[in-house]
Unconditional design. Structure first.
Length: 350
């Protein structure tokens, strides 16, 4: 019997590292026609938010998003789990509860057996079952590279919608997950990742960001986004631009996943981290003495990353406890929002 095909060998990129760079995406969206005036469209493309939001009535708003990518790991069941967890995260980031999903499937049917494709879909279905939602349909195509993801739909009260644009000066920034998914995925493709590092990769990328659905109940939570393909710096910059504020980021505050620092210091990084920095580095004040590996980690693409929360300072400790109690042991206060032109000022980057 021949050895199974490595899923990652069939893809030129993996996970949220497949995203277009922020600069390319901005150029494309700048040429796209505006959505027009729709009074019920509460959140559209204006600030590159995590999902669209449509007001249904005075009690309900529909949250809609889609997310899909190529494999970040070789195990088909794990790939499906990661992709589904990542897609549902956008619903939770808006303060909503998912209600159902649709599968997006593109597979090279001449290279992958039906059993492998079935395992990918089963992995995604297992995550949706854990979230309490069905995969109610979808669409499939024969593609050159394996692609899997979801359209995810959720509901939230219109007054409790969370977006990336509501931050206020003085807000404390909380990050709920550890950083380094891109570094670990790059090490995996290079066959340099230990079993312990792989376990850390799977554990963080399959942890549902369910705590987001509860954050809309906290008056002091002003803005939320999930940290994915553009890295911590990129998604924080989107928050800054949406609010018209600057941010101060403590580079030493986020927890790093197992083995990440050693791998990063050894030069392991993703092409997406390089593209990210090239796209938005001009809007980041990085200490001159900061090593390249630290900068790479702050721009590292996070597949199924954590939530970045902007919360009033008087509520910050309570929200941090709430997040930790919800199972996010790596959650930390990582900075704050301040008055000023949209940019990120980085400290403690040694």
């Amino acid at each position: 019997m021949s050895d199974p095909v490595r899923l990652t060998s069939l893809a030129h990129g993996g996970g949220c590292g497949c995203k277009l760079s922020p600069a390319v995406l901005r150029d494309i969206l700048a040429q796209s026609p505006a959505a027009g005036l729709f009074p019920n469209l509460m959140v559209g493309t204006e600030t590159s938010d995590d999902a669209a939001v449509w007001r249904l009535n005075d009690q309900q708003a529909l949250v809609a998003t889609t997310d899909f990518f190529m494999p970040v790991v070789d195990d088909p069941h794990d790939f499906g789990r990661i992709a589904a967890t990542n897609a549902l995260s956008d619903v939770y980031a808006m303060g909503a509860t998912p209600i159902f999903a649709l599968a997006i499937v593109g597979m090279p049917i001449d290279k992958l057996p039906v059993e492998t494709i079935g395992a990918i879909l089963a992995g995604g279905a297992s995550v949706c079952a854990a979230a309490g939602v069905p995969i109610a349909g979808g669409h499939s195509i024969d593609s050159v590279e394996p692609i899997y993801g979801l359209v995810a739909l959720g509901l939230v009260h219109p007054d409790r919608v969370l977006s990336n644009r509501g931050a206020r000066a003085g807000d404390v920034l909380i990050l709920t997950k550890a950083l380094g998914v891109g570094v670990l995925s790059a090490a995996f493709k290079q066959q340099r990742l230990s079993p312990e590092g792989y376990a850390a990769l799977i554990a963080t990328t399959t942890q549902l960001n369910t705590v987001g659905a509860a954050l809309g109940e906290v008056a002091g939570v002003h803005a939320v986004t999930d940290v994915t393909g553009f890295g911590l710096l990129g998604h924080l910059l989107e928050m800054c631009r949406g609010a018209g504020l600057a941010a101060e980021l403590d580079a030493g505050a986020p927890v790093l996943l197992a083995e990440v620092e050693a791998l990063a210091k050894a030069g392991v990084r993703t092409g997406a981290a390089v593209r990210n920095w090239a796209s938005y580095g001009a809007a980041v004040q990085m200490p001159a003495a900061a090593p390249d590996w630290r900068r790479d980690l702050l721009a590292d693409p996070q597949t199924s990353g954590g939530l970045l929360i902007a919360v009033a300072p008087e509520d910050a400790e309570a929200v941090l406890r709430q997040v930790v109690d919800a199972g996010f042991a790596a959650a930390r206060i990582v900075g704050r929002m301040v008055a000023g032109a949209p940019q990120v000022r980085v400290a403690n980057a040694g």
